[in-house]
Design a protein around this ligand. Sequence first.
Ligand SMILES: CCC[C@H](NC(C)=O)C(=O)O
Ligand SMILES: NC(=O)OP(=O)(O)O
Length: 320
Amino acid sequence: MKTYTNVFDLGDLKTALAEAFEIKNDRYKYETLGKHRTCLLIFFNNSLRTRLSTQKAARNLGMDVIVLDVNQGAWKLETERGVVMDGDKSEHLLEAIPVMASYCDIIGVRSFAQFQNREDDYTEKILNQFIQYSGKPVFSMEAATGHPLQAFADLITIEEYKKKERPKVVLTWAPHPRALPQAVPNSFADFMNEADVDFVITHPHGYELDPKFVRGAKVEYDQMKAFEGADFIYAKNWACPGVTNPEDYGKILCKDMSWTVDAAHMAVTNNAYFMHCLPVRRNMIVTDEVIEAPTSLVIPEAANREISATVVLKRMLENL
Ligand SMILES: CCC[C@H](NC(C)=O)C(=O)O
Ligand SMILES: NC(=O)OP(=O)(O)O
């Protein structure tokens, strides 16, 4: 595995799940694989789960880990080629990337969508420079349009808790005070479309996700109808993806609190489990009652981030 940015990089999902459960059963099974190998984790944005779980995963495999918060201590980086660098940016990515790559064997990158230019975000301008210029295997720790480590952990969680062979899984939009990226819902859809689930996406008009990720999923604008008979509810906020109206890209079009997932929503499901990638704004995305219920999986879901990262790093190490 040279890059990990989407579901197809994992290959057959049943094989990937088997590997995940093997590692979950004995997470130090491959602890010699990463001896004298270094994993560099580069964060352009904040993180709790990804920062901790990916370090843990690397240590599970015997790797050394370096963590860099680009905007805290490193030089401010210019990402545009051809710019006259007479402003506040001291270094260009085109030097910084090969320098950083010289200190490690595998690179993880977190670089959220900037919502300045849809084309820049949806061509993964930052992540792809690391892939192109580092000469090292690169994995996404949430880039502009995807969060594949999260989605793989979500799939592992659904596989662990499902009560039927083909569960109904609903991705629902929910309100948030800020404009959040589409990376998490994009990757969740990317994975669910390849998994053995009955997948439905529900959101207000104007929030249509990019067709590249929606693919064959059913889109239902009536949230309560979408929730009917669901086995898993995956809630997330995202800003307008700019699919129907490109000029609205990155905007908040709706703050309708009737989309907040509460007990009345869950009552029409098939006693569904509740999932969210975290961090979550309680009583915006979901009520205290629902996220604290025995059917809430947000903690085991977050714990599975260690497992998804260990599988991905293991596959990268095996191909060095
Ligand atoms: C894992 C989620 C990271 C980020 N969340 C926030 C609050 O920025 C997002 O919504 O993409
Ligand atoms: N779910 C997730 O990636 O959390 P962090 O943003 O805290 O890493």
